[in-house]
Design a binder for this molecule. Structure first.
Ligand code: CMP
Length: 140
């Protein structure tokens, strides 16, 4: 059975572009409740650990450089069927292929600077949430 939580990051491009408020508004309007939130700047090494699953991909170094280039906003979100519904809300990884009205279609610059991350499974949502938040922060 799917859990009711997912994990997301508003990425440096979207923070720098001043889209944080509009993106959170769209997320809350879609029925997601913010369980945990912070603003943080990763080191390149931390970004590499977070995206370790992509270590063999040609874009890995560039992805880590981008994700550690400025502040990001990780969040844990709650809603029924959270993982799947959130991925529908944010749209395809490549904003050129994202559906009209999705978060990435509205706010992303490119496939790498694609404004927002969303976990792809309940298991990864739990792992990624624990990367940024303590047990106490996840169970307020
Ligand atoms: P995200 O959902 O955070 O998961 C992995 C990230 O890698 C993805 O969003 C993009 O930012 C990035 N990414 C995926 N595919 C490519 C690609 N072909 N070129 C550059 N970056 C990519």
């Amino acid at each position: 059975m799917p859990t009711n939580r997912t994990f997301t990051i508003i990425k440096p491009d979207a923070v720098l572009d001043g889209f944080t408020g509009s993106m959170i508004q769209q997320i809350e309007d879609a029925g997601f409740r913010i369980v945990a939130i912070k603003k943080i700047k990763l080191s390149p090494e931390e970004a590499g650990r977070f995206y370790a699953v992509h270590a063999a991909r040609p874009f890995f170094q560039s992805l880590c450089d981008h994700m550690s280039s400025n502040h990001i906003i990780p969040m844990v979100l709650e809603k029924e069927n959270a993982v799947e519904d959130f991925r529908t809300l944010i749209g395809a990884t490549n904003p050129e292929q994202a559906a009209e009205g999705t978060v990435r279609k509205r706010f992303a610059r490119s496939i790498e600077s694609n404004a927002i991350h969303g976990s792809d499974s309940d298991e990864n949502a739990a792992i990624e949430s624990a990367f940024f938040f303590t047990d106490r922060e996840l169970n307020p």
